[in-house]
Design a protein around this ligand. Structure first.
Ligand SMILES: [Zn+2]
Length: 212
């Protein structure tokens, strides 16, 4: 099974993707997570994407497609795609690649979050540069203010979580990704979930509504 998870920045997509991929033994692909990992390790790929990300710009389709093919061409398990596809061009590239593997997108899960709530959550996001733990001042605070629970290092906001960049990302999402919602809604097994619910309730609903 190949699953696409859609939702605005801040909708909790990444958290759900990790839970669902573990439950269903799918390979989790998040371009965002891949970029941060490569940037943290200062690899050539990390430097290539770093210029885009620090300015709040989207990494070009061609680069993301290249990463997808390089990482997963030999993969036999199904994929859980989180933060990809993001544009109609990416939808077409993904369909072509899956078709070449005699596969397709089998279901789409859409985490629907109101825009004001998305902005509030994104501006509250913090990360530990030391160990990579992610916190949120709205939904999951650290025990001590600005201190990582896991490694006791200082936590900070990421460059792409500042107020201007957050609004810009939401606008880009609206322009580029919302057309995917209407596309998949008419074309694919489409599961819409209210993203304001507690995390475990969302996971349970996704699993219950997927035709496994
Ligand atoms: Zn830490």
């Amino acid at each position: 099974m190949n699953l696409v998870l859609l939702g605005s920045p801040g909708s909790g997509k990444g958290t759900q993707a990790r839970a669902i991929s573990t439950k269903l033994n799918l390979v989790h692909f998040s371009p965002g997570d891949t970029f941060w990992a490569e940037m943290g390790k200062k690899t050539p790929l990390g430097q290539e994407v770093g210029d885009y990300v620090s300015q709040g710009r989207l990494v070009p389709d061609s680069l993301i497609i290249r990463i997808l093919k390089e990482k997963f061409s030999a993969e036999k398990r199904g994929l859980l795609l989180d933060g990809f596809p993001r544009t109609m061009e990416q939808v077409e590239e993904l369909d072509k690649w899956l078709a070449s593997r005699s596969a397709a997108v089998d279901a789409v899960v859409y985490l629907n979050l109101p825009e004001a709530e998305a902005i509030k959550r994104l501006e509250g996001r913090r990360v530990c540069p030391g160990c990579g733990m992610v916190y949120n001042l709205v939904t999951s605070k650290p025990l001590l203010e600005n201190v990582c629970d896991k490694c006791s290092g200082p936590i900070s906001a990421r460059a792409d979580d500042s107020a201007n960049i957050v609004k810009q990302r939401i606008m880009v999402y609206r322009d580029q990704t919302e057309p995917l919602i209407s596309h998949y809604r008419s074309d694919t097994e489409f599961i819409e979930i209210k993203a304001t619910q507690p995390l475990q309730a969302i996971t349970a609903q996704i699993l219950a509504r997927l035709k496994l």
